[in-house]
Design a protein around this ligand. Sequence first.
Ligand SMILES: C[S@@+](CC[C@H](N)C(=O)[O-])C[C@H]1O[C@@H](n2cnc3c(N)ncnc32)[C@H](O)[C@@H]1O
Length: 313
Amino acid sequence: MNEHVPVMLDEVLASLAPREAGRYLDGTFGGGGYARAILERADCTLWAIDRDPAAIERGASLIARYPGRLHLLHGQFGDMVTLLEQAGVTALDGIVLDLGVSSFQLDDPKRGFSFRHDGPLDMRMGRHGTSAADLVNMLPERDLADVLFELGEERASRRIAKAIVAARLEAPIETTGRLAAIIRSVLPPDRSGNHPATRSFQALRIKVNDELRQIELALQQAIGLLAPGGRLVVVAFHSLEDRIVKRFMTQAAGRTGSPSRHDPAGLITRDAPKFRLLTARAVRPDASETERNPRSRSARLRALERLAKGRDT
Ligand SMILES: C[S@@+](CC[C@H](N)C(=O)[O-])C[C@H]1O[C@@H](n2cnc3c(N)ncnc32)[C@H](O)[C@@H]1O
């Protein structure tokens, strides 16, 4: 199986700017690419979360390489405050989130994330709860169409949902290959050359893992954890993710009118913002990276800094 090639690693390090004795969180440990680079960049301490038990198991060997400096936490980044509290951590100098799935997950047919390999239609990063097969076999046609439209921005959502419902009457849809074939039967490849199942698979993955809600929870909690001068860096891979990140960061930096409904701690204010945007607009990978690593093509990095004391009043 391929390694996971970290996306926009130089840009992540430049935005996070890890420093000696700093305390950092990598909310998406994955293959440990960012984690290793942060630990190498400065003599700091890093807590790293992943909801996938396989990622945590893979990371165990890294702990010995950085004695006392790397702490792996199994769970969801949407629960970061609780997970960190249990580890005795209440404030951080930086947090990074690299959203979506890793190559380890995507390239393993048994995980069921990809239409490129046939395998069980699973898609659960955390390996428990409702699977993609449960959704396609049980959701009413209308709800299925809504998921494909809202989370995959799939304009042919109704046609695809209809075909899925007809197919599941014959036999339950249990594999990625069968689902991809059903979608291909009603939707020809588009001009960009993308597989017609791309958007539907994205939609199901987001739904199965409740990804957008996880991002909202993580952003709210992250800004409460940042110490003065602390930084939040997020790499998003599609417009639904990036829209949430952009709106949240812009509001936190006081750039928009209305206070956020996601601000129980009252940290986001228009009059005296406690945060500043480090990225006026999203940073994109350069051409050499997209050539080397096609998975980086859609990446967008945004970063925010909590203002140091004395600047926030
Ligand atoms: C793109 S990969 C991260 C790769 C990592 N930056 C690296 O360089 O190796 C995303 C990882 O985040 C994990 N993940 C996604 N959503 C999560 C969530 N809500 N909570 C915890 N982990 C999550 C996935 O299981 C996956 O391992």
